[in-house]
Write a protein that binds this ligand. Structure first.
Ligand SMILES: Cc1ncc(COP(=O)(O)O)c(C=O)c1O
Length: 438
């Protein structure tokens, strides 16, 4: 069995709106802003009832600002859509923050971790060990031992070397295992975030899966993850069909994450109910109705709940060329545009409702010409001192942040009912030297 095909991007119909469970995936500002966001009487952006310009003054910028209610509502909607018998796992690489783990654990979500560090955070965030699943294409013995000692629920096996390691280490009553299959499917998304193709560092090649199943200790099922940020929901039918091509009884089938979210105003991904219906039907059709369905959304749970607030520090006009708007962050708080040309939009939070007037390039403060957050965006008269807000940074912003150029990583602020609380503080200059040993 060797299928590898690109699929056409099939967009969801109409505007994202009310799902089968009554969940509204966007709020009054539309995609890609948090559901709990609005323009207040002062004409400024408000998130979770908090004025973003005031938050910027109080906490400084850059800052990751989340509508906490969004995190909860999205978690509930996902559990609702997939059903209580399924396992919706928070792909915690997208937002490894203790407060986020707490929210997800409280809302009935399972958790996927991809390192010893994420496992540590998930346990600290209150996840019951048996609801945790560990991933990784090169887990160390130390990480596997941590997982076994913690008593986590599942380990997803990614290679024959890992099978050999686990054969020595895994007790019969230890974590159950799934085999990660490289299904030979390519969703329509950037090549850097496709993972299910034949030529991949992830998963076991199709021709070797039967052998892996025979050898794997504590085997209970199959896993695949096709990639990230794709809208072609039908590809999950193909994935279930590929996984069903092996002579084995699966108690669990996990088809990974990757559910697309709106990053731009005109992005209209399928609704969560559509993902759920397609995946549940496909697994039931190929494996029977008693097989436990697992999915691993990361960005879908957290991406649109968060925005990044920056302060504009410099506006530079190059006559006949373009206008540069420089902010006080950049590739250190959001590397995605530089990694794989991820697109975002932006607005001036101070005059959120005003029509954009200027076509500008928004850049960061780092010593790289590639430190461009938005190559081209329309803003309302951007000026020094404005608070610029970039929505849909709730996933992989905090997670991938760095100290490049000696910047202090930004705080994470949760807002709800007009109250804000700092759940991760901004780093200090002392923090920057805290690990120096000589
Ligand atoms: C195995 C696995 N599951 C889930 C995810 C989550 O992807 P997303 O955040 O796009 O849903 C990833 C992302 O890299 C992944 O590698």
């Amino acid at each position: 069995m060797s299928v590898e095909h690109d699929t056409q991007q099939a967009q969801g119909e109409g505007l994202p709106g009310v799902t089968d469970s009554g969940f509204s995936e966007t709020g009054p500002l539309g995609p890609p802003y948090p559901i709990d966001a609005r323009v207040n009487e002062a004409g400024r952006l408000e998130i979770g009832g908090c004025d973003v310009v005031d938050l910027a003054a109080e906490h400084g910028t850059p800052a990751y600002i989340y509508a906490e209610g969004d995190l909860r509502a999205r978690a509930r909607a996902a559990v609702d859509a997939f059903g209580a018998d399924a396992g919706v796992l928070f792909a915690s690489k997208s937002f490894p923050c203790t407060a986020a783990y707490r929210v997800m654990a409280a809302e009935g979500i399972f958790c996927d971790v991809a390192s010893g560090g994420e496992l540590h955070l998930a346990l600290k965030g209150g996840f019951a060990p048996e609801r945790i699943l560990m991933h990784g294409n090169n887990k160390t013995r130390e990480e596997l031992q941590l997982a076994i000692d913690a008593g986590i629920g599942y380990i997803v096996i990614d290679s024959f070397d890992e099978i050999d390691r686990l054969a020595e280490m895994l007790p019969a009553d230890g974590p159950r295992t799934l085999i990660r299959v490289a299904p030979g499917l390519k969703p329509s998304t950037h090549a850097y975030i496709q993972t299910g193709q034949v030529d991949s560092k992830f998963g076991i090649p199709l021709s070797q899966v039967e052998q892996a199943i025979q050898k794997a200790p504590n085997f209970v099922g199959l896993h695949c993850h096709l990639g990230s940020q794709f809208f072609d929901v039908e590809i999950f039918q193909a994935a279930a069909e590929v996984l069903a091509g092996f002579e084995v009884k699966c108690q669990v089938v996990n088809v990974g994450g990757g559910f697309g979210i709106p990053y731009l105003e005109h992005d209209h991904p399928p609704r969560i109910a559509e993902y759920a219906r397609t995946i549940r039907d496909a697994v039931a059709e190929h494996f029977g109705p008693d097989t436990k369905v697992m999915v691993e959304p990361g960005r879908w749970l957290v991406g649109n709940a968060g925005v990044t607030a920056y302060t504009v520090g410099t506006v530079k006009e190059i006559p006949g060329v373009r206008r540069y708007v420089a902010v006080d962050g950049g590739m250190s708080d959001n590397i995605r545009p530089m990694l794989y040309q991820a697109e975002y939009t932006a607005r001036i939070a101070d005059r959120f409702a005003r029509e954009p007037t200027r076509d500008v390039r928004v850049v960061g403060m780092h010593c790289e010409s590639g430190d461009v957050i938005l190559p081209e965006v329309m803003l309302h008269e951007p000026a020094v001192g404005d608070t610029l807000v970039v929505p849909a940074t709730g996933a992989y912003g905090h997670a991938m942040a760095s100290n490049y150029n000696g910047v202090r990583r930004p705080p994470v602020i949760f807002c709800a009912d007009g109250e804000s609380r700092v759940v991760v503080r901004r780093e200090t200059f002392e923090d920057l030297a805290a690990r120096d040993a000589g």
